[in-house]
Design a binder for this molecule. Structure first.
Ligand code: BES
Ligand code: MN
Ligand code: ZN
Length: 497
């Protein structure tokens, strides 16, 4: 789909469909009122007859509206004007997109981008509209031999904004598209089956990004990791026939000597649990255990596409977690790259074992900040459900920055504690510490494990176990937290406003 921006002066000129909002009860938005004037009161007539109240999540198509300059007018309910905020705005755009998709309309003009949304500026409104539109148009069809639900017919979407808002709106369009493209890359990689989306495939995706956006890519192979001493990572990989990959992608958009932001993504391309085998129900969903890695590649793509003036390094430790004759046993003790020894009491707590070596590895970049992103614990799903990702940090300023980016991008997080009292649970009689801390506070003890490898830099950890994908009828990757990560990078680059 193609997006463009237009000043609001001429709503609907030659469009297949003009979309305008109606507040509850039967109150026309400014753009709808302009259409109504051109149509000599036709729209207010329709409302007065009771055809539309303006409730959220309702819409009404009108054909042959006189003077509208478009084949159809789509009225979208916005709910009460007083309660119309960010969430309602996004939902109104999504509702409009759903309605448009049910018709053969090829080009439409969306005037919702001209609505006041709290104190959000046109750049935000345009970016969010583009993201919501692309999200509702997403289909994953590459593994189907026959496409059952055809793509929506919509090819061109014009977003209208105030005359004065042109420059800001253009910035929002660029940003919205970059985030949308990064998000759909993350969704595609997450949705691919585990026999296709292997560690080698993730490495190839990184190589593609490097070529396209002139980044530097390095892929460490098993012997490289052995030489370095990434033995906790290799202990997870040793049960698998698929070769593990340690992927480093560098976007050097900032001054050569500026310290980079480092993103580390958990890349378990399938998590069986290993010898601590998972129960069979819904085990297929453990193909999504590389969604942290996918979000890193998605955010790198967005940074590349925007030529972000910032140094960003994406790091993806990638392997399967399989049982087998060579697999790690519960009770094995291995030495991490940091030199600390770990007693592996549960081979299903594998994410932390690959991330800890990655965290030690990135010390060499003297990072300005490190954020790891991981589908790390079922306990985080129990704590926060499918709404907020768990946020852990060893630095207050960084935690605030991540929270602010989450709020702007509508990709929520909730701060969770770290602390010495929880570290107690990781005590081991035989090694420096264990890889599990029992059932209580499972998301926190996992983060505490990682914290032991993040002492040399400002670090935040996002547990996305509940937010990276949906189960049930709508099963599929969400692409979260690409919007949050990209917004964080934009803010760091001074481009957030
Ligand atoms: N990838 C899983 C976490 C997960 C489970 C995410 C279910 C989403 C849904 C992770 O590797 C894992 O298995 N964690 C264990 C840790 C436990 C053994 C301490 C868990 O959460 O059960
Ligand atoms: Mn596991
Ligand atoms: Zn896992």
């Amino acid at each position: 789909m193609e997006f463009s921006i237009k000043s609001a002066a001429t709503p609907g000129a030659r469009a297949g469909c003009v979309v305008a909002g109606v507040f509850e009860t039967r109150r026309l938005s400014a753009a709808a009122a302009a259409l109504d004037r051109a149509a000599r009161g036709y729209l207010s007539g329709v409302l007065a007859r009771g055809d539309m109240e303006g409730k959220a999540n309702t819409s009404l198509f009108l054909r042959e509206v006189p003077g509208a300059g478009a084949e159809r007018v789509l009225l979208v309910g916005l709910g009460s004007r007083e309660k119309f905020r960010e969430k309602q705005y996004r939902e109104a755009v999504a509702c409009a997109m759903r309605a448009l998709a049910s018709t053969g309309t090829e080009d439409a003009t969306l005037t919702l981008t001209g609505l006041p949304v709290g104190r959000r500026d046109p750049a935000w409104k345009v970016a969010q509209a583009v993201m919501a539109a692309r999200e509702s148009g997403y289909r994953f069809t590459q593994m189907k031999s026959r496409v059952e639900t055809p793509e929506p017919a919509l090819k061109r979407l014009v977003l209208t904004v105030d005359r004065a808002a042109g420059r800001r709106a253009a910035a929002g369009l660029e940003r919205g598209l970059a985030i949308a493209h990064g998000t759909s890359l993350a969704r595609d990689l997450g949705n691919l089956p585990p026999n296709v989306c292997t560690p080698s495939r993730l490495a190839n995706e990184a190589r593609e990004l490097a070529k396209r956006y002139r980044m530097k890519v390095t892929v460490l192979e098993r012997p490289d990791m052995e030489r370095l001493g990434m033995l906790t990572l290799l202990s997870v990989a040793q049960g698998s026939a698929e070769p593990p990959k340690f992927i480093v992608l560098e976007h050097r958009g900032g001054p050569a000597r500026a310290k980079p932001v480092v993103l580390v993504g958990k890349g378990i391309t399938f998590d069986t649990g290993g010898i601590s085998l998972k129960p069979p129900a819904e085990m297929d969903e453990m193909k999504f255990d590389m969604c942290g890695a996918a979000s890193v590649l998605g955010a790198m793509k967005a940074a590349g596409e925007m030529r972000l003036p910032l140094n960003v390094i994406g790091v993806v430790p990638a392997t399967e977690n399989m049982p087998g004759g060579r697999a790690t046993r519960p009770g094995d003790i291995v030495k991490s790259l940091s030199g600390q020894t770990v007693e592996i009491l549960n081979t299903d707590a594998e994410g932390r074992l690959i991330l800890c070596d990655a965290l030690t590895y990135v010390e060499r970049y003297e990072p300005a900040a490190v954020i790891d992103i991981a589908t790390l614990t079922g306990a985080c799903v129990i704590a926060l459900g499918h709404v907020a990702s768990g946020l852990f940090a060893n630095d207050e300023g960084l935690a605030r920055e991540v929270s602010a980016a989450a709020e702007t991008s509508h990709d929520p997080v909730w701060r969770m504690p770290l602390g010495d009292d929880y570290q107690e649970q990781l005590k081991s009689n035989f090694a420096d510490f264990a890889n599990v801390g029992g059932r209580p506070a499972g998301a926190i003890t996992a983060a505490c494990f990682l914290a032991r490898f993040a002492g040399k830099f400002k670090w935040a950890h996002l547990d996305i176990a509940g937010t990276a994908w949906k189960s049930g009828r709508e099963k599929g990757a969400t692409g979260r937290p690409v919007p949050l990560l990209t917004q964080f990078l934009l803010n760091r680059a001074g481009r957030g406003k």
